[in-house]
Design a protein around this ligand. Structure first.
Ligand code: SF4
Length: 161
């Protein structure tokens, strides 16, 4: 049976990252299987421009706090981009629901897409455990998350389900 997987658009070569580049990943293990890949870029969906000043989740706060309205995500110039991230995340959740996607493979370390690690809000390159805002919303809605290095693990899950 066909599975639908959401994929961060930058991993598929779309030049949508903050620096106007892509970050192509080897997702070849998902090719020639009965899998439909649906590209999403939550930062674009939230109407942020490309290229853009990079954002980080406020120090000591989580993506869950942002979705609960208790924290902000700001760019390196201090501009509040919380609303764009929340709206972009909701758009991606609707995409998942419309396509009946139960799995996503997302770009690690992004403030939207990170599945295990994000930058810690100090804009000095320090990482911490945690999810990006969109990854968190998808997770809260039962979607299983993988990063770009977990292609084989995702495939194993799909073959079981
Ligand atoms: Fe890639 Fe996600 Fe960042 Fe868009 S928001 S550029 S899909 S990591």
């Amino acid at each position: 049976n066909n599975h639908v997987v959401l994929v961060s658009a930058c991993l598929l070569g779309q030049p949508v990252r903050y620096d106007g580049q892509s970050k192509v990943a080897d997702l070849s293990c998902l090719v020639n299987k009965d899998i439909t890949l649906v590209a999403i870029c939550p930062e674009c969906a939230g109407s942020l421009p490309t290229p853009r000043v990079p954002c980080e989740i406020e120090k000591d706060m989580t993506a869950g706090d942002i979705l609960a309205g208790q924290a902000k995500i700001k760019n390196a110039d201090g501009i509040d981009c919380t609303q764009q991230y929340v709206e972009g995340s909701r758009f991606c959740l609707r995409m998942a629901q419309q396509h009946r996607a139960h799995h996503a493979i997302l770009k690690e370390k992004s403030p939207a897409c990170g599945t295990h690690m994000v930058y810690d809000g100090q804009f000095n390159g320090t990482l911490k455990s945690g999810r990006g805002v969109t990854a968190e919303l998808l997770h809260q809605n039962g979607i299983k998350l993988f990063n770009e290095n977990q292609c084989e693990e995702l495939l194993a899950q799909l073959e079981k389900s």
